[in-house]
Design a binder for this molecule. Structure first.
Ligand code: FES
Ligand code: FES
Length: 167
């Protein structure tokens, strides 16, 4: 057993956990953050993607003890109160989900992807970078559309911010 401490969605949390506990199970079972899904447990589907220190990580590939000291963001921490994050809003607007099972992982992967490409994204890049996320409803077309739209919105927002700073 190990005593771990981490920051999740801006809050310091901790707990005693078995050394073999996966991060995804710690998030879901110890912290009750069930928005992070388990689709395969074998690092294939991407339903469990969260951000660890700002990078998208499949939380079924990491032990909770390995995440001790890290800053984690899950789907529950993305919206700003009642205001959806631009990626969530784009998935809603462009029908980027059907059953919704893959959606938290898709959105966390997409957010990281957009953050790494602030200049904007090409469709081919989105499709290549989504390789690790599987949608069992096969709604990829609208997922890609949603990510491209969110990327555009966020790039425009960043440009406006810069213009305001320069003024
Ligand atoms: S549950 Fe982690 S990749 Fe499928
Ligand atoms: S929306 Fe059903 S698995 Fe992707």
């Amino acid at each position: 057993m190990s005593d771990i401490s981490l920051t999740v969605n801006g809050k310091r949390v901790g707990g005693v956990t078995e050394d073999r506990t996966l991060l995804v199970h710690f998030l879901r079972e110890n912290l009750g953050l069930t928005g992070t899904h388990v689709g395969c447990d074998t690092s294939q589907c991407g339903a469990c993607v969260v951000h660890v220190d700002g990078k998208a990580v499949k939380s079924c590939t990491m032990l909770a003890v390995q995440a001790s000291g890290s800053t984690i963001a899950t789907i529950e921490g993305l919206a700003d109160g009642a205001e959806l994050h631009p990626v969530q809003a784009a998935f809603k607007e462009h029908h980027g989900l059907q059953c919704g099972f893959c959606t938290p992982g898709m959105i966390m992967t997409a957010t990281d992807m957009i953050n790494r490409h602030p200049e904007g994204l090409e469709e081919a890049t989105v499709r290549a970078e989504l390789e690790g996320n599987i949608c069992r409803c096969t709604g990829y077309h609208n997922i890609v559309k949603a990510i491209l739209a969110a990327s555009e919105t966020m790039a425009k927002g960043a440009a406006k911010g810069k213009a305001r700073q320069a003024a």
